[in-house]
Design a protein around this ligand. Structure first.
Ligand SMILES: *[C@@H]1O[C@H](CO)[C@@H](O)[C@H](O)[C@H]1NC(C)=O
Ligand SMILES: *[C@@H]1O[C@H](CO)[C@@H](O)[C@H](O)[C@H]1NC(C)=O
Ligand SMILES: *[C@@H]1O[C@H](CO)[C@@H](O)[C@H](O)[C@H]1NC(C)=O
Ligand SMILES: *[C@@H]1O[C@H](CO)[C@@H](O)[C@H](O)[C@H]1NC(C)=O
Ligand SMILES: *[C@@H]1O[C@H](CO)[C@@H](O)[C@H](O)[C@H]1NC(C)=O
Ligand SMILES: *[C@@H]1O[C@H](CO)[C@@H](O)[C@H](O)[C@H]1NC(C)=O
Ligand SMILES: *[C@@H]1O[C@H](CO)[C@@H](O)[C@H](O)[C@H]1NC(C)=O
Ligand SMILES: *[C@@H]1O[C@H](CO)[C@@H](O)[C@H](O)[C@H]1NC(C)=O
Length: 593
């Protein structure tokens, strides 16, 4: 007996299993960013790193020939720009003669080409104009050429050869799940880039000039709609729809045709009306940005500055500045154009990729970041980031959104030889320092505001104590008495259905807030998560199916007279001070001491 209880005690203090918070932020999003010591320290570190990088001409940076602009933006009205850095390559500043177009000193308004980052503008335009109502409709409803092709495909009964366009939905095109071809005649089409002699020397067979699969158009001349569909419909699918992610630029061209047909206006007009003008994105161009506003390495031809993609513009043609990208990112995070629920639906994955940490959405790549502030035995805390990169000519760009903190990164790069992955490498540097800083700033601010003793008035023996721990997510319930009963033990046992080895209750923000009639004071709802963390961690490699992180299944699993035992509502006064905590199931309001 004695040795058994001793073992339990050891397991208890060892905190063997991690906490499993709900998906999303584990603390209220930090505010007062400029006065947070953690965030200031991170900014100082980044400043040192970027000062050094300005002089780093090693092959992975090439600071002499590569220029870049970086902003860390936030939706916080007091700190819209958390950090910015602009590097003008000495070669750009020194360029003369025919190589001297464009800006010679880079700042937040310098305009870069975006390549595929354009797709964020394209989906945003669709959602602002039409929401997700048609998301699951077949594209054939809006594109007659594809309707005919779907009919032919049905009678041919040859899935290897034909895309079943009637099963390709709007969402599958936006989310790269249509299985169709990446480009037609444009990027990657060798016959547009090399002569027949070169192709034959490379091992390809000669193609007859009248071969219908030989694109008559592409990079030059641009394909018109007829030519595009004539060519596209000769291409075999990679996959059947919704089988496996396969990136397509053509999908965005088709989406634009569809929205144009639904709304009866050009895609450029739709984007200008719903996104560019309302957000005041005056440094953003759908086509033909003037050379004076951009860093142009080499000349306008070599850099790809003047190159236009024609009907494939919605997939990759645009130009913007990091200050405008930050405005765009803020507006998405703050739901300034879309409703909050539409934004939330947009910022969720649509499919996995073969990389464990990555999924995709429309058009986001979703990167799931195990939070560096925790270890496998303290918390399974994952931060989902939504990223869209682009590369075209001498340009590369990246927009990153981190909804857990309402911040994001805008990154744009120009150079004749941009080292591979520079855009994501810059995000790696930012994230490494910002994620721990924002997490501890959030923890500290939550501690100041919410922790302490909450006590029932009127003589009932009911109280609850909230704390934070440096290695744990959320607010911890340290003790909890309900009318003389140890509710901490009772509630975990009720939630688990057995007597736990080591109970843990932690509270996490749900995002549900009610602004009271005075316009300032609030009710703020938190979710309580009941866990037995004495069970031992279950590393992935030994546990194919079982998990120590499935808490979402039991939310509101214990109710008393309809009201959930795990829903906690704080009352906050007009100064932002927490006054009380309501525990719905217990019908009790505890005043903060
Ligand atoms: C960097 O660029 C400047 C200006 O073009 C040039 O004078 C200098 O030699 C370059 N340095 C290196 C290391 O390439
Ligand atoms: C500079 O541009 C002009 C006009 O575009 C062209 O005629 C000339 O050959 C160019 N010079 C060089 C050195 O590229
Ligand atoms: C090229 O195609 C045309 C028309 O189909 C045909 O008459 C001609 O014989 C072909 N030439 C070769 C070299 O295959
Ligand atoms: C597209 O281009 C082809 C070939 O140049 C031409 O015959 C056709 O009229 C064009 N179609 C449209 C809609 O402009
Ligand atoms: C953008 O341009 C419009 C029209 O010139 C102007 O009214 C607006 O203030 C500008 N917005 C910004 C953010 O510069
Ligand atoms: C651009 O620069 C290249 C050399 O990099 C040169 O061959 C070409 O003629 C230039 N084009 C123009 C329009 O100046
Ligand atoms: C507290 O418990 C007593 C019995 O011990 C009961 O009579 C009373 O109604 C309870 N009060 C509340 C507020 O739960
Ligand atoms: C309140 O209840 C707790 C738990 O049963 C008990 O330890 C404590 O002495 C009680 N306090 C008062 C003032 O009765």
């Amino acid at each position: 007996m004695k040795s058994k209880s001793l073992l339990l005690a050891i397991a208890a203090t060892a905190f063997a299993a991690p906490n499993c918070p709900p998906l999303g932020p584990v603390f209220p999003k930090p505010t007062n960013l400029a006065s947070s010591p953690e965030i200031r320290a991170a900014i100082e570190t980044l400043t040192t790193i970027f000062k050094d990088r300005d002089n780093d001409n090693s092959p992975s940076v090439l600071a002499n020939s590569t220029s870049w602009s970086i902003e860390i933006f936030s939706t916080n009205p007091n700190n819209p720009t958390v950090f910015e850095w602009h590097h003008t390559a000495p070669e750009l500043a020194a360029a003369t003669g025919n190589n001297s177009f464009g800006v010679k000193k880079i700042d937040g308004n310098s305009v870069y080409r975006l390549g595929s980052l354009t797709k964020v503008f394209a989906v945003y335009t669709w959602l602002a104009q039409d929401g997700m109502d048609k998301w699951n409709e077949p594209i054939t409803k809006y594109i007659p050429e594809l309707r005919d092709a779907a009919e032919r495909a049905k009678s041919a009964n040859d899935p290897v050869k034909n895309v079943p366009w009637d099963q390709v939905t709007i969402a599958s095109l936006a989310g790269q799940m249509s299985g169709a071809i990446r480009d037609y005649g444009l990027m990657g089409e060798m016959t547009q880039q090399y002569s027949q002699e070169v192709a034959v020397a490379l091992g390809f067979p000669p193609l007859n000039n009248s071969d219908p699969t030989l694109p008559p158009c592409g990079a030059w001349p641009l394909c018109n709609r007829t030519e595009f569909f004539n060519g596209l419909l000769q291409a075999h699918p990679s996959y059947a729809p919704f089988t496996s992610p396969a990136y397509t630029n053509t999908g965005y061209q088709i989406l634009a045709y569809a929205l144009e047909s639904i709304k009866g206006k050009s895609f450029e007009t739709l984007m200008t009306e719903s996104i560019l003008r309302p957000l005041g994105l005056n440094n953003t161009y759908y086509v033909y940005a003037p050379a004076e506003v951009g860093p142009i390495p080499g000349n306008r031809t070599d850099s790809g500055w003047d190159w236009q993609l024609g009907d494939e513009n919605p997939a990759g043609n645009m130009f913007s500045s990091v200050s405008d990208l930050s405005k765009l990112g803020r507006s998405i995070l703050a739901s300034s154009i879309l409703s909050p629920s539409l934004t939330n639906a947009w910022l969720k994955p649509m499919a996995f990729t073969s990389e464990l940490y990555a999924g995709l959405s429309t058009p986001w790549g979703v990167r799931r970041i195990p939070h560096p502030s925790y270890t496998p035995t303290t918390a399974k805390r994952v931060v989902d980031s939504f990223n869209k990169a682009g590369r075209i000519g001498y340009y590369s760009a990246l927009l990153t959104l981190l909804p857990d903190y309402d911040i994001g990164f805008s990154i744009a790069i120009a150079g004749a030889n941009i080292p591979g992955n520079t855009n994501f490498n810059l995000a790696d540097i930012l994230g490494k320092h910002l994620l721990p800083a924002f997490e501890s700033a959030g923890r500290k601010q939550a501690a100041e505001k919410y922790t302490g003793l909450y006590v029932a008035e009127g003589g009932t023996n009911s109280s609850l104590r909230l704390t934070t721990q440096n290695d744990r997510p959320g607010l911890g319930i340290e003790s909890w008495i309900s009318n003389g009963t140890d509710m901490q033990a009772v509630s975990v046992a009720l939630a688990a259905g057995y007597t736990p080895i080591q109970g843990s209750i932690r509270l996490y923000p749900t995002g549900l807030e009610t602004v009271m009639k005075d316009g300032k004071s609030k009710k703020i709802a938190f979710k309580g998560v009941y866990e037995d963390i004495g069970l031992g961690a279950r590393p992935y490699e030994d546990n194919m199916f079982s998990t120590d992180c499935g808490t979402w299944v039991s939310f509101t699993g214990v109710t008393y007279g309809t009201h959930a035992l795990d829903q906690f509502v704080f009352e906050v006064d007009e100064e932002g001070r927490v006054k009380s905590l309501e525990i719905l199931a217990l019908r009790s309001v505890l005043k903060k001491r």
